[in-house]
Design a protein around this ligand. Sequence first.
Ligand code: DGY
Length: 290
Amino acid sequence: MPMSRAALINAAQDCDVLAATLGDQLDAEFFEAAGSRLKLVANFGAGVDHIDVAAANARGVTVTNTPSVLAEDAADMAMALILAVPRRLVEGVRALENGDFEGWSPTWMLGRRVRGKKLGIIGLGRVGEAIARRAQAFGLAVHYHNRKPINPHVEEGLAATYWDSLDQMLAHVDIVSVNCPHTPATFHLLSRRRLELLQPHAYVVNVSRGEIVDEAALAELVETGRIAGAGLDVYERGAPNEKLLNAPNVVLLPHMASATVESRIEMGERVIINIKMFADGHKPPDRVIL
Ligand code: DGY
């Protein structure tokens, strides 16, 4: 359970360092109330959309996160969704559990082949790149949209195609994977208008942050068959939209993409390293730079 806001503000008055998680809303008001003793927020997690980093920095507070250690695990889960949704994996498990399986038939539980499809990654950073490597092995063609193209050698190694225009990429690909951070600029980046650019056979996968996708629009488009399905680990309001909960062609996970024992241990280690470096007067390795 996250600490209450009052308890957090209270504790921060007497602390030089705060080890936070994504349940802690550290906005400008918090940093104002926290007083002048607080010098470092060492976040246990990669995403820092719950922290007003600019407000922290303006008050002399450094913010660190744990970006690299969870990327491979998050990519595994994104890949699991990229496979599970078109291949109707969860629907199949449910059918068996509900006693609906009456034996093999040529037309039973037909999904869509993954090999040969086009995957569009929005945000080819650490997680996006790890997904691209996996996607390559599964025979997917990798497309990506970033603010600018990645290193040409890495791009070549991934056989990845860069799209300057997100709209054009969306209209072209079969599966979209959301992997950019949530910032004011990426809120509802996948807006209704953009979701409607997708082809009707397309799928949406999101292990980043729910706020990047207009979830109500996605739920409606999936429900009406305008989009083929979705695999989500994150939601706009913590819990998924009711329509998504009831849709058969959707796989929903409870924000667990980075949930491995190994990643949690390594995240903890990064928090400690960042605190130690900072306490010793050095620049912490995972300082969040705006
Ligand atoms: C992160 O690191 O931001 C994940 O979403 C939680 O582990």
